[in-house]
Design a protein around this ligand. Structure first.
Ligand code: GPW
Length: 755
């Protein structure tokens, strides 16, 4: 096809003007139109068995480049734009990023949709269409402020199916309105992302300049935000309304699909598999049973089919993240589910007399327990995570159902996280080993033989340098900060959580700052970059953001320290930002407390783009470590067994470390030093200091010393640029395992069995 002519014709038909006179916004809209047309004509992936990936989040990111790439017209569009003196990146700036996710779980769902379509497996995403997203993060007075994140525009990737499904809540009936987006795979065939919405939702009920709204008015607020504040009861109940809305509409749509194919509902498990993405959509189990019974199946038949249809993915061992709802919530929101949940609880009791595996305990419904009993599969998301589930967290269930447990180490789509965000590196790889790795990622291993080649080392260093310069321009435009591409880019980007230990990174930066003030002259300048949103009700996480922002300014104001050290916190970290930060990173910070990060996925993205990991043996880092070997990674810290024992014995006390180690004491006390308080909020800094010195639940201090040493080693290694480049190439070469195409092939072989 002649892309230039298509674009010209569109310019005339849409604006009555020549393409060369179009603004960037006009070009974006005409490309959106062309791309949507091409996708509308792409064949749907079909088969006699279909997957529904049901999830509260789909963190899909901007779609223009990705869709052009998968349609095979990316290069043509890029060339037409180049002829006009424009880049795709410039045009894509116009596109708003859909705000339909929060973190790794949502981004994983998006990578999976890309791989499912690329492997030509029939599988749709099922979720909700949040009008104002999670929230837009702004920094004000060095603190996080949350604002609505309206992302929907008149023209967008979203299509209206015109379909509605009735959802019956205990106190009202509503109509779920189905919207959809095409999900195009790399071979040009498509699935759908199906998103339910409610027409009566009113954005105007949200206060201006905050994310507050009347949480009682469900008809007006249901799909306003992802994860409404759950620090009070109405907020928690609103989450349950959202969840039931999703699963009830979703299950009805699935049954409609089954009937449209003339498949027999009594054998629905021959034709349908539902992957439950953590516990937010768990109520799909009793809802599906209820609907099957309405369609004539007996309770026994409906339960047996549902247990064969559903599969559950666990993404955490943190007990507080495993959802539990008081039964009176369900009684109020979806009373029709309670008799079924009670039946399921009775069946569970018959299967096991262990009270810990019961679904209802003290009138609280344990969603994960329901998932494990009534799904055919329970999987963890990295080897160590699945092992911990089997051995510790879910051990009672593992004894009951050993055959249900399996591991599916996470993956990332190389289309977005290499080809689209790092065309320079992609081109370089192709020049060395050909383009076979784009279809079969394991072929990246062939790069290994170039790791020691000085010419290749020079080439990858030059590409990294170019990406660092691109990032510098991006941050200057986005946030007005200037960073130095000559410095080491040491990056930690992920949701803010104590277990991820951004506070440990902060303490280590304080150490470097103090050393410089005491006369130490680092060999290389360092730019430490953070990006993280904190849940609005998570006070301590917001205190950590505040401390980072205060330290950032403190260092910037210091004439000597600022020569060698800069701390930047990126505002409103999102997928768009990640696509700029990750290709520019030298060091990938993956420093969670061992055992706590189920997998992590940015670790894989960084590695693929030639950053070297500085991290603990946790989550997928363990597998990265194994693949690259000791020489191509910086690992520190206590291991997961040690951590788990500390929790069992309750014998970790930060006071012990503080009493023994005066240096650590000094670093922690710096949080409430005069210098910090002069720029910061004493209450917030004091609260953080108090927590670290008295609780430190996620043990930042246990690894601080070894982290600081390891970080120094990494900086020293960087100074030897040849050795560093060798590590970079070895990391890229070993990243093939982490393609989500591999992950999805495993889900399909072992759980879904599509095609
Ligand atoms: F708590 N993850 C996430 F397990 O992003 F539900 N949000 C969540 O709510 C949860 C997990 C939940 C992340 C994990 O923290 C991360 O380790 C993992 O890589 C990612 O899910 C995808 O599996």
């Amino acid at each position: 096809m002649n892309m230039e002519k298509m674009m010209q014709d569109k310019a005339v038909s849409m604006y009555g003007s020549d393409l060369s006179n179009c603004s960037n916004e006009q070009i974006y809209l005409l490309l959106l139109d062309i791309t949507k047309d091409l996708m509308a004509n792409a064949p749907l992936i079909e088969g006699d068995r279909k997957l529904y990936y049901i999830s509260a989040e789909f963190l899909i990111g901007k779609l223009l480049s990705n869709n052009l790439l998968n349609l095979g017209v990316y290069d043509q569009v890029r060339d037409v734009l180049a002829g006009m003196g424009k880049t795709l990146a410039e045009i894509e700036e116009i596109e708003p990023e859909p705000s339909l996710g929060n973190g790794g779980l949502g981004r994983l769902a998006a990578c999976f949709l890309d791989s499912i379509a690329t492997l030509e497996l029939p599988g749709d995403g099922v979720g909700l269409n949040y009008h104002l997203g999670l929230f837009h993060q702004k920094f004000e007075n060095r603190k996080q402020k949350e604002l609505p994140d309206p992302w929907m525009t008149a023209q967008s990737w979203l299509n209206d199916t015109g379909k509605y499904y009735p959802v019956h809540f205990g106190n009202m009936d509503v109509e779920a309105h189905l919207k959809s987006m095409d999900v195009i795979g790399y071979t040009g065939k498509k699935n759908q992302l199906l998103l339910f919405d409610l027409d009566t939702v009113t954005e105007a009920i949200v206060e201006s300049d905050s994310i507050n709204f009347d949480k009682n008015d469900v008809k007006e607020n249901l799909t306003l935000f992802l994860y409404p504040d759950d620090s009070d009861e109405v907020g928690r109940k609103l989450r349950v309304y959202q969840q039931y809305f999703l699963v009830s509409a979703g299950a009805q749509m699935i049954l409609e699909d089954v009937k449209a194919h003339s498949w027999d509902l009594k054998n629905i498990s021959d034709h349908v598999v539902i992957q439950i993405n953590d516990t937010h959509p768990s109520m799909v189990i009793p809802e599906l049973i209820r609907l099957l019974m309405e369609n004539g199946l007996s309770l026994e038949e409906a339960v047996a089919q549902t247990e064969k249809v559903c599969a559950y993915t666990n993404h955490t061992i943190l007990a507080e993240a495993l959802e539990k709802w008081p039964s009176h919530f369900i009684e109020q929101v979806a009373p029709q589910l309670m008799p079924i949940i009670r039946e399921l609880d009775a069946i569970a009791a018959k299967r096991d007399d262990n009270p810990k595996t019961r679904i209802i305990q003290n009138d609280i419904i344990h969603m994960a327990n329901m998932d494990i009993h009534f799904s055919k599969s329970t999987n963890g998301v990295a080897k160590i995570h699945t092992d911990i589930l089997k051995d510790t967290e879910l051990h009672d269930f593992y004894r009951l159902y050993p055959e249900k447990f399996n591991n599916k180490t996470n993956g990332i789509t190389f289309r977005r996280w290499l080809q689209a965000c790092n065309p320079q590196l992609t081109k370089w790889i192709i020049s060395k080993i050909g383009d076979g790795f784009l279809k079969d990622s394991i072929e990246l291993e062939a790069l290994k033989k170039y790791a020691a080649d000085p010419e290749c080392q020079k080439e990858v260093l030059a590409i990294k340098r170019e990406k660092k310069e691109e990032l510098a321009v991006f941050l200057k435009n986005r946030q007005g900060v200037e960073i130095d591409p000559n410095s080491i880019f040491d990056i930690q980007v992920k949701r803010l959580h104590e277990y991820k230990r951004q506070q440990m990174n902060l303490l280590s930066v304080i150490n470097l700052y103090q050393e410089i003030k005491n006369g130490y002259v680092p060999e290389e300048k360092v730019t430490v970059i953070f990006g993280a949103k904190a849940a609005p009700a998570y006070i301590l996480a917001k205190d950590i953001i505040h401390a980072i922002l205060v330290l950032s300014d403190l260092i910037a104001k210091d004439e000597v320290a600022s020569k060698y050290l800069q701390v930047v916190m990126v505002e409103n970290y999102d997928v768009t930002c990640a696509e700029k930060l990750i290709p520019a990173a030298d060091i990938s910070e993956q420093i969670s407390l061992a055992s706590k990060e189920a997998s992590g996925t940015s670790n894989m993205k960084f590695m693929l783009n030639g950053a070297v990991t500085l991290g603990t043996d946790d989550g997928a880092n363990v597998e990265i470590h194994h693949l690259v070997g000791d020489d191509n990674i910086f690992i520190f810290g206590v291991d997961s067994d040690t951590v788990i024992k500390h929790y069992e014995k309750a014998d970790y006390h930060p006071q012990d470390i503080l009493a023994q180690d005066s240096k650590v004491r000094e670093l922690v006390d710096f949080l409430v030093s005069e210098e910090m308080i002069a720029l910061g909020d004493q209450t917030s800094l004091g609260r953080l200091h108090h927590d670290i010195t008295t609780k430190d639940w996620f043990m930042a201090l246990i690894d601080l010393e070894s982290y600081m040493n390891c970080r120094k080693e990494a900086y020293a290694a960087y100074a030897d640029q040849n050795r560093w480049a060798q590590m970079m190439i070895n990391n890229i070469a070993a990243a093939g395992f982490f393609s989500s195409d591999r992950t999805i092939a495993q889900y399909n072989e072992e759980i879904w069995k599509l095609k």
